[in-house]
Structure formats: structure tokens, C-alpha cells
Design a protein around this ligand. Structure first.
Ligand code: SAM
Length: 334
């Protein structure tokens, strides 16, 4: 017979497991262990840590499959642990460090208060998230790196699953570093890109495009999507943007896109869509993060996206499911 307390204890234990993971990411353990298996004392010396404390964390990390014991007190890195190496492709180190970042962590810890009062305790203490990231450039860079890692698995899927053959110009609205746009440009030589995001995010996007050899097929515009977005393109992509905002703000952004787009244009939202069942789904994890950090930002179901698009003079024309729980929602002018 299954233990009815099991799921509760498992969730409580998840906090300790995450704390161990956060320690591994913060101290850069994966980078040191990538070179060779190390004993606790040597790893602690290289990480600048207290060896007995680190030993306890490594024991937990071994139970999670991040490292494995290869001798008394000696650990080697596993394949899962190696995803936290700084130089791993789409390294998860910034993602873990961002979730463990002081403000984020405060936001998650104050979800009960947020729910009781109906406004984000994070926003109340630190102000809106994107302002917080501006004021804390270290956290801002970490956040942008985290976004790249998070979207890497579906960047290829967006480029591969959607038919971009008729698209001439694609504006990536709030495109971050532009990794999704880069994947589209790489695969579809007919498309010219415009990366639009806040001024301070644009230099990072320029670097990514230059590294991908795509700088000459991409324009860069800094600005505020509550004011306007670059006009005249035939396709506008918003990847993980609408979920940050209340219905009212989301409609304001979508109206600005609707005003800017060509009459035969289209809008592509890339979002985790909440399924209509009780099953576990990544959208529900991300939704609690939206609740904590934005208050009114949220993951939405297909019908909720349809309603939102309708209020901005658009209609949901197609939904294409991608691996990893996200979808492309295509919308056309009404
Ligand atoms: C969750 S990130 C998504 C980034 C990227 N589209 C992706 O799929 O990874 C949201 C983006 O919205 C941008 N953003 C926030 N407020 C904005 C504003 N007022 N105007 C333009 N961009 C904004 C942020 O800088 C950030 O890059």
C-alpha cells in the first residue's frame, strides 16, 4: 500500500536536494570535478569551501546522481552533474544559480503570503522583476544566461517544426539573447531577423548573433514593448514573454504587436500551455514561479490564450506542440 505521506515528504526533501544542487552550482564543483575525480578535501580547497560541510553536500549529490563515489571520500562527476559545468552546451549552472538567487529564493519562500494577499511579496520588497535585474547586473546576466539554457531545447524545435518558408522578416519581441531567433535564421535563409529587447539586453544578443555568424541578417532594436515594437514585419515571435504579465498588460503588448505588423502578418507565441488535467506538467512549476515573481504573470491554457489574443484583434489559428511541454501558438489578424 502506498504511503499517503510519501508525496509530502518527497516535496519537503526536494528543498534539501535543491539546496545541495545550488551549492554545487555556486561553488563551481562541476568545473573542478570535470578535470578528474577528487577527494572532498581537495575539492573543498579548489572551491574555497569548508571540507566537512562540502562532504555532506557531496553525499546528498551522490544520492541524486550528480556525482558518484569512486573511493573513500572520492567523487567523480556524472553525465547529469556535467550539465552544470560552466562550459557545458546550454549549461544549467546559471539556471540553478538564478533559482537560488537571494531575491528569487525570497519570492519562492513568500508564496503563501503572495497567495493570501493577492500581490507578489517579491515585487513588494524588490520592485518589478525586470527592474530588479537592471539594478543587480550580476543577477541580470545570470537571468539572460538562464533564459538561453532554458530555451535551447525548444529553439531547434521552433526552427524545425514551424513553416517559415513564407516569412521575410521575423521580429523576436523581447527575444533576450536571441538564441531562438538564431536557430530560425540558421535554418531558414529566406528570413531576416530583428531582435527587440530592453536596451541593456541588446549587447548580449549582438554578441550571440556575431558568434553564430548571423549578424548581417539581423537588426537590433532596444526599447519598451509597452510603448511600441518595430513596425512593418510579417512575423512577430514572443517566446516566454506573455506569461510574465497580467491579462491587461499582455493585451497591451499584443495590441502594440498588432498595430506594428503587416496586414498579412502573423504572431507566434512560444509558451508552456497548461493542460486541462491534474497531471504533473512543467507549466505548473513555471506558473508558481510566475506567481512568486510577478504576481499576475501566469501560464495559461489554450482557451485562455485564445481569449487574450481576441482582445488584441488577433485570432488563434494553430497550436503546434513542441517537445518539453511548450507550444507554438500561431495567431492571425482578425
Ligand atoms: C522570460 S524572458 C524571455 C526571453 C526570450 N524570448 C526567450 O525565449 O528566452 C523575457 C524578456 O522580456 C524582456 N522584457 C521585459 N520587459 C520588457 C519591456 N518593457 N520591453 C521589452 N522587453 C522587455 C526581458 O528583457 C527578457 O529578455
Amino acid at each position: 500500500m502506498s504511503d499517503p505521506q510519501g508525496p509530502v515528504w518527497d516535496a519537503i526533501g526536494g528543498v534539501s536536494r535543491f539546496a545541495a544542487l545550488a551549492t554545487m552550482a555556486e561553488l563551481g564543483c562541476a568545473d573542478h570535478l570535470a578535470e578528474e575525480p577528487l577527494n572532498v578535501e581537495e575539492l573543498a580547497r579548489r572551491c574555497g569551501a569548508h571540507a566537512p560541510s562540502l562532504g555532506r553536500v557531496l553525499r546528498q549529490l551522490a544520492s541524486m546522481g550528480m556525482v558518484r563515489t569512486v573511493g573513500p571520500g572520492v567523487y567523480e562527476l556524472t553525465e547529469a552533474g556535467a550539465t552544470l559545468r560552466t562550459d557545458a552546451p546550454a549549461s544549467l549552472r546559471p539556471a540553478v544559480r538564478m533559482i537560488a538567487e537571494t531575491g528569487f529564493w525570497y519570492g519562492m519562500g513568500t508564496v503563501p503570503r503572495t497567495v493570501r494577499e493577492g500581490r507578489s511579496a517579491f515585487v513588494e520588497r524588490f520592485g518589478p522583476l525586470y527592474g530588479y535585474l537592471k539594478e543587480n547586473p550580476g543577477a541580470g546576466r545570470l537571468f539572460d544566461d538562464y533564459m538561453v539554457a532554458r530555451a535551447t531545447p525548444f529553439a531547434e524545435a521552433v526552427a524545425g517544426r514551424y513553416d517559415f518558408s513564407g516569412v521575410r522578416t521575423l521580429v523576436d519581441v523581447a527575444g533576450g539573447r536571441g538564441h531562438v531567433l538564431a536557430a530560425v535564421l540558421k535554418r531558414h535563409s529566406n528570413v531576416r531577423g530583428v531582435l527587440f529587447d530592453q536596451e541593456e539586453v541588446v549587447p548580449g544578443a549582438r554578441t550571440l548573433m556575431a558568434e553564430a555568424g548571423l549578424e548581417d541578417r539581423c537588426g537590433f532594436v532596444g526599447g519598451d514593448f509597452f510603448v511600441s515594437v518595430p513596425a512593418g514585419a510579417d512575423a512577430y515571435m514572443l517566446g516566454s514573454v506573455i506569461h510574465n504579465w497580467s491579462d491587461e498588460d499582455a493585451v497591451r503588448i499584443l495590441c502594440n504587436v498588432r498595430d506594428a505588423m503587416a496586414e498579412d502578418g502573423r504572431v507566434l507565441l512560444v509558451e508552456f500551455v497548461v493542460p486541462d488535467d491534474d497531471g504533473r506538467h512543467i507549466s505548473k512549476d513555471v506558473d508558481i514561479r510566475m506567481l512568486a515573481l510577478f504576481g499576475e504573470g501566469m501560464e495559461r491554457s489554450t482557451s485562455e490564450y485564445g481569449e487574450l489574443l481576441g482582445k488584441a484583434g488577433l485570432r488563434l489559428s494553430r497550436q503546434i506542440g513542441l517537445t518539453g511541454g511548450s507550444s507554438i501558438i500561431e495567431a492571425l489578424p482578425v
